[in-house]
Ligand binder design. Structure first.
Ligand SMILES: Nc1ncnc2c1ncn2[C@@H]1O[C@H](COP(=O)(O)OP(=O)(O)OP(=O)(O)O)[C@@H](O)[C@H]1O
Ligand SMILES: O=P(O)(O)OC[C@H]1O[C@H](OP(=O)(O)OP(=O)(O)O)[C@H](O)[C@@H]1O
Ligand SMILES: [Mg+2]
Length: 292
């Protein structure tokens, strides 16, 4: 049975309450979509775009998108991969970064995955875990647990775990060490493989283009600085992306203002070099959107 969304508005599934909810809503608002009253609601209309949000548990998102109940979904790649849903990944979103890893109690002699042959692995990701071990010909028994997986070895419910790791703090607190990564993950935008009409396809195209502009902007900063005109060439060498900066004369003799866009992650690396090249009054501004 195919359960496509017959409503004329594009429907997007997002996590109702959890780690991805706020960042997903922020992203949608940052690309100009206005929602109100999404607290305590399941279907939330949008004031200025032909779209509605379906707020549900993240585990349900891939299947809702697979079945066409929602055309799009924002969800962790770990959840999509575990579900094996028939959907298309459109964009990695750069937040909710984590990994699914195998971890074992510290100092118990387990050094490689092979040492876990015949062992019990506690996890909320039985599909990905079994696939990973099977590919390496290692026999394991998965013990499916939906939360607080890290405590399973202490309770002797399992010999090891496969769980989500980000900073590694939870593993450390529970006396576990990471053995191997099964999957790297971040939040992603997924699309249904069910047929989509022309109106909804156009809405998706426009959303993707706005998300692209937002992602580009987040990767960049607008930089302004003053410098002696003789220093412009050296400053451009320090930041290769400053190939054709805007250079404006200042009232002060032989001084110019340099304006350009630089990759966010480069700024802190080159700030000292810029200063020693003669730059002063360096100002860095966030960019709202960037269409290249
Ligand atoms: N420690 C973490 N750091 C960064 N991202 C994480 C972390 N833990 C989980 N994630 C990502 O955030 C997603 C949502 O995590 P969350 O803990 O809110 O899920 P949940 O408890 O299954 O929520 P739900 O109630 O919707 O089922 C995860 O599927 C994963 O992609
Ligand atoms: O490596 P860390 O930075 O410590 O993060 C990892 C922890 O974060 C997630 O749990 P969360 O805090 O979302 O609680 P949950 O297990 O109840 O979902 C995950 O299940 C780990 O327990
Ligand atoms: Mg969940």
């Amino acid at each position: 049975m195919i359960l496509v969304n017959n409503n004329s508005s594009l429907r997007i599934a997002i996590q109702k309450g959890g780690r991805l909810s706020e960042k997903t809503l922020n992203l949608l608002e940052n690309i100009g979509l206005e929602f109100d009253n999404y607290k305590n609601r399941i279907l939330v209309p949008c004031r200025n775009y032909d779209v509605e949000l379906l707020l549900i548990r993240d585990d349900d998102i891939p299947e809702y998108v697979q079945d066409g109940i929602c055309e799009l979904g924002f969800v962790g790649h770990n959840v999509t991969a575990e579900s094996k849903a028939d959907v298309t990944g459109l964009r990695a979103l750069g937040f909710g970064k984590c990994r699914l890893s195998v971890a074992v109690p510290k100092n118990n002699g387990i050094k490689t995955l092979k040492d876990l042959d015949g062992c019990r692995i506690a996890t909320s990701y039985p599909v990905l875990t079994r696939d990973h071990f099977e590919k390496q010909g290692i026999r394991i028994k998965t013990i499916e647990i939906s939360g607080a997986v890290e405590i399973a070895p202490t309770l002797n419910v399992a010999d090891a775990i496969a769980d989500i790791v980000s900073t590694g703090g939870t593993l450390k607190t529970n006396g576990l060490v990471e053995l191997e990564t099964i999957l790297n993950s971040q939040a992603e935008l997924i699309q249904t493989n069910q047929p989509i009409d022309a109106h909804k396809s156009e809405l998706i195209e426009k959303l993707l283009s706005r998300i692209g502009a937002r992602q580009q902007a987040e990767k960049s900063r607008y930089i302004m600085m003053n410098a002696p005109s003789g220093a412009v060439e050296r400053i451009c060498d320090i930041i290769p992306s400053l190939k054709s900066p805007t250079v404006l004369p200042l009232a002060e003799n032989d001084m110019v203002a340099i304006h350009s866009v630089i990759p966010t992650d480069r700024f802190w690396e080159v700030m000292e070099e810029l200063k020693s090249a003669g730059a002063s009054g360096i100002v860095i501004l966030p960019i709202e959107n960037m269409i290249v």
